[in-house]
Design a protein around this ligand. Structure first.
Ligand SMILES: [Zn+2]
Length: 355
């Protein structure tokens, strides 16, 4: 269906072709005209959407849309996915000292950066977080980012203010932007005594994903306990797990391995997502090879944030762990295939065609 040579391809199959043509002749909810598609050069296409799904892509649609959109020859793509956004912290830069940002961007001082930034959380209030998050998600929608995994800090300073705000925003944008709220134990679980109870309350409030950061604990034993605690909670509420792992210049960090082992042990295939993992770039090669075998056996699916620090793991992994960049860099969010598309006129004026 995703080709401009539809007539030619289906000319070999007249019966199927005729039923397809008759389906295509039906009215569409949305018809997009004069759309440029990736991989098709300057040729323009038309896209027919019905019941939230793309039903036809052809040079010329047989049928009209209840809503007709002229893409004016601009690129039409799938919507973008952001699997890692600290949505409770957007627009808070003026509230924190520049020092916190500089420290986090230096891989050697990532933990110091997190601790400096955490001062803001003493001022956390659902009311202003909602305002900031609304502004960010509205912008995301305008730029075609219609799926967001959104982290909300859960700890003694942030309490439940962030998660309550993001749940409100999730409901507000339902049907426009698909938001998964992650209850995220940013300051640790073992070293943060109230975190376990608060995380439980956050899941009870309706968070979608259990979020951890085991490398931030003070010992390896505590990190392992943190991982187990997240999986326990995820199993109790039948939710997925997302963890920020090994995000410092310490080649001895091993929380990606811990998460992989726990994923296998609990049969949590496809429901665990690993983020950051910057220490992978420093591992000795024999360990890289063993870890690659473990991850190939089962995955916490990998996700790398571009530009979080001075040693982007993607650059190193593509050199050292090609599995990571190719076979395993997939994203397990359960995104319903939809007709959500974005017409791009220019970076400053994107237009969402449908949500
Ligand atoms: Zn992050």
């Amino acid at each position: 269906m995703h080709t401009l040579a539809l007539d030619q391809i289906y000319s070999k199959y007249p019966r199927q072709y005729s039923s397809l043509r008759s389906e295509m002749a039906q009215a569409f909810d949305i018809a997009i005209r004069r759309a440029r598609l990736r991989g098709h050069g300057d040729r323009l296409a038309e896209i027919g959407i019905r019941d939230g799904r793309i039903k036809a892509i052809a040079e010329r649609l047989d049928g009209k849309g209840a809503t007709e959109i002229d893409a004016c020859g601009n690129l039409v793509t799938e919507s973008f996915v952001n699997p890692h956004l600290h949505l409770c912290k957007v627009w808070t830069l003026p509230m924190m000292e520049e020092e916190a940002l500089k420290a986090y961007q230096s891989m050697d001082r990532a933990m110091a950066g997190i601790e400096l930034a955490s001062k803001i959380k003493e001022k956390y209030a659902e009311s202003w977080i909602v305002e900031n998050a609304r502004r960010a998600v509205a912008l995301a929608a305008l730029y075609g980012n219609l799926h967001i995994r959104a982290f909300a800090d859960i700890d003694s300073k942030a309490r439940l203010e962030g998660v309550k705000a993001l749940i409100r925003i999730r409901e507000e944008f339902r049907g426009i932007v698909d938001i998964q709220v992650v209850a995220f134990a940013q300051d640790g679980i073992v070293r943060e005594p109230s975190a376990t109870e608060l995380m439980h309350q956050a899941m009870g409030l309706g968070a979608d994903v259990v979020g951890g950061i085991p490398w931030i604990e003070f010992t390896s034993a505590d990190a392992a306990a943190h991982v187990r605690s997240c999986f326990d909670l995820a199993q109790e509420f039948n939710k997925d797990v997302s963890m920020l792992l090994d995000d410092a210049s310490d080649p001895d960090l091993r929380t990606l391995e811990m998460m992989a082992v726990e994923t296998i042990r609990r049969g949590y295939h496809g429901r665990a997502l690993a983020h950051h993992c910057r220490a992978m770039s420093l591992y000795p090669m024999p360990y890289v090879q063993r870890l690659a075998r473990l991850l190939a056996a089962e995955v916490p699916h990998g996700h790398v944030d571009p530009g979080v620090g001075e040693i982007p793991v993607s650059r190193n992994c593509s050199r050292r762990m090609s599995w990571s960049a190719s076979a395993r860099m997939t994203f397990p969010m359960r995104i319903t295939p939809t007709a959500a598309t974005t017409c791009w006129k220019s970076p400053s004026s994107p237009r969402t065609c449908c949500g």
